[in-house]
Design a protein around this ligand. Structure first.
Ligand SMILES: O=C(CO)[C@@H](O)[C@H](O)[C@H](O)[C@H](O)COP(=O)(O)O
Ligand SMILES: [Zn+2]
Length: 233
């Protein structure tokens, strides 16, 4: 059996993962930004949607569960829906409109301007995920994607994306899992007012990273964050 068809040993598998994690390091500022931006969107009553197929469906579901439940520390729940977990919607839409529409139709149903869609695809070419990204942009939902090597069709349909440059689907999925947790940690650092990696208190106002003049949103976030912290002022 030649090297292309041979399945890696556990040691080789782990070595490939370490290499892929090193390669994705320049993208970590993007996922930190996503976490901080989500704190503003969800704190203001917005919503995040997530979707993917197979292992990426599991990643999408894992992500939304961290936000509705909790990542590490206790806090208020936030609105996050995994479109791949809605079995009755998935089967009905798939049956009535075709599998390519299963996520897009849900995006049109749940998404509101300013919301975020996290679209996950290792190939970056799955038709139902591409349709979801297109539908999101049509209704004013921001599209972030986690993909394999890029650029690809999904990254080209996204407002921002992190493309993991690894040849194996399994490795890409494993790196996506790390990135999902990194987004959640950045989100919680803002919501819970925890120190950032340099030991500086995370400043909620700075975290919005929006130009001045959007005061109402910031105030709303502060209220939600106070609730998230259990009402402490
Ligand atoms: O988990 C795995 C492979 O590790 C599979 O279930 C894999 O997710 C499926 O083949 C998906 O259909 C792949 O879709 P995508 O990541 O290319 O969008
Ligand atoms: Zn898998």
């Amino acid at each position: 059996m030649n090297d292309a068809t041979r399945l890696p040993t556990a040691r080789e598998h782990t070595a490939r993962l370490i290499e892929a994690l090193r390669a994705v390091e320049p993208e970590l500022t993007t996922v930190e930004h996503w976490g901080r931006h989500l704190a503003r969107v969800l704190g203001d009553g917005g919503r995040v949607l997530a979707c993917g197929n197979g292992g990426s469906a599991a990643d999408a579901q894992h992500f939304t569960a961290e936000l509705v439940g909790r990542y590490r520390d206790d806090r208020a729940p936030f609105s996050a829906i995994c479109l791949s977990s809605e079995t009755s919607s998935l089967t009905a839409i798939g049956n009535d409109y075709g599998y390519d529409e299963v996520f897009a139709r849900q995006v049109r149903g749940h998404g509101r301007p300013g919301d975020v869609l996290l679209a996950i695809s290792t190939s970056g070419t799955s038709a139902n995920v591409l349709r979801a990204a297109e539908a999101a942009r049509e209704v004013g939902v921001e599209v972030w994607s986690l993909t394999g090597p890029g650029p690809n069709a999904l990254s080209e349909r996204s407002d921002a994306s992190v493309c993991v440059d690894a040849p194996a689907t399994a490795t890409v999925q494993e790196v996506h899992g790390v990135l999902v947790h990194a987004v959640c940690a950045a989100f919680d650092r803002v919501v819970l007012g925890l120190d950032d990696v340099e030991g500086n208190p995370t400043d909620l106002l700075a975290a919005t990273e929006d130009p001045p003049g959007n005061g109402a949103v910031v105030i709303d976030v502060r209220d939600k964050v106070r609730t998230a912290r259990g009402g402490a002022r």
